[in-house]
Unconditional design. Structure first.
Length: 388
């Protein structure tokens, strides 16, 4: 009897194991199918975005010989008819306003309006009114992509004005720079019987410090939460975007700390919220989200990917370079292999200065070398302003 029961149990058990195995296989197939669907959705979304950019640039090209769009260090904004634009070069600290017009009177009015808008508009209004952003907002997002509204932060008002601007103070500023003696004129090669009128205005020398102060509270909170020095976050922001809140690179990477949705964005969202999600451009144009994710990614680099580097200064140098080029390339600089487990013992035998010098000599490309030097120098500068 016992033998019969055992045989029966054995048979049931084998059936259960087979069912369980089948269930696991079905689950895995479902997961892989979902992941594939996500990937395909993101590719389609990215392709639609690229088409929107291409179409918009083509339309601009019908009016402008150089159809500029926003980049890492430049925020470029067009009027609805695309005949007037403002270009804020955060890195070199200039505002350039230009218009294609058929008379000096029309040009002066357009330039005045463009400059007034550039020095008073906030990030939320830019997102909601920019012609290109309105097009991008209509593109269907893939399932599982996280989006957010852009928060309202000043862009140039705190740089240009000592107090919140009034109509009179804005008018005084605009009249100071938009006058016949400042306006340069050249023939338009795209629009018949029209000329290009332009004015270039130098921003104050302390623009970077004033821009950084806008984000002080958010940086301080995230530095504390992620156990990072504040000057590091400020120096990364300065080097990535020159505090351009509308920064967008060709990769594309978005916002103040130039987060790439598919890589760092995905890693940091998973770290912060324990969910595998992609984030949208609008999510990253929200400065609070951007700084939170950039700080979290620095935490991942310093406390996870590079954790086996014992000296904190050596690890900091490696973290700075890794933010630009990836932790695998840090290992490669020391071992010619992309394995940090093998690189860490070699790094631990060196002083921080030797680690820095080795990175400057052996990183594969010039860009991360320049980046390491810039961020390290700027950290010292922001330490003087904000302390640790």
């Amino acid at each position: 009897m016992v033998k019969k029961i055992l045989l029966t149990l054995s048979f049931v058990s084998s059936l259960f194991a087979a069912d369980s195995s089948q269930f696991m296989n079905d689950q895995m197939k479902g997961f892989n199918s979902f992941k594939k669907s996500q990937e395909e959705g993101f590719k389609a979304y990215k392709k639609a975005q690229e088409k929107a950019f291409k179409d918009y640039k083509k339309e601009i090209g019908a009016i402008w010989k150089e159809p500029k769009l926003s980049s890492k260090k430049d925020w470029v904004s067009y009027s609805k008819d695309k005949k007037t634009r403002s270009d804020v070069d955060f890195e070199n600290q200039y505002i350039t306003v230009q218009t294609v017009a058929k008379s000096p009177k029309e040009a002066q009015a357009n330039l005045q309006m463009a400059l007034a808008k550039a020095v008073t508009i906030d990030t939320k209004t830019v997102q909601n009114t920019d012609p290109l952003q309105k097009r991008l907002a209509k593109i269907k997002k893939p399932d599982g992509m996280v989006s957010a509204k852009v928060n309202a932060q000043p862009i140039l008002s705190t740089v240009v004005f000592k107090k919140p601007p009034t109509r009179k103070s804005v008018q005084r500023y605009v009249n100071k720079y938009i006058s016949a003696k400042h306006i340069k004129v050249k023939n338009s090669k795209k629009v018949k019987y029209a000329k290009i009128y332009s004015v270039r205005i130098k921003l104050p020398k302390d623009t970077m410090i004033k821009r950084s102060k806008v984000y002080y509270d958010v940086v301080k909170a995230n530095a504390k939460k992620q156990k990072l020095p504040m000057p590091l976050i400020f120096a990364i922001m300065h080097s990535e975007s020159s505090f351009n809140p509308r920064a967008r690179s060709y990769i594309p990477a978005f916002g103040l700390m130039q987060i790439v949705p598919k890589t760092a964005g995905r890693d940091t969202y998973k770290y912060l919220y324990k969910k595998d999600r992609l984030v949208s451009g609008s999510y990253l144009y929200n400065s609070n989200n951007n700084i939170k994710m950039g700080s979290a990614y620095l935490h991942i680099l310093y406390y996870s990917y590079l954790r086996k580097i014992k000296n904190p200064d050596s690890r900091l140098y490696c973290t700075i370079a890794a933010y630009n080029t990836g932790s695998g390339n840090i290992a490669y600089a020391f071992t010619r292999k992309y394995n940090m487990n093998k690189a860490a013992p070699l790094i631990n035998k060196l002083t921080p200065k030797q680690v820095y010098n080795k990175l400057m000599r052996s990183l594969r490309h010039d860009e991360p070398k320049k980046y390491l030097k810039k961020v390290s120098t700027r950290m010292a500068a922001y330490h003087k302003v904000y302390g640790s």
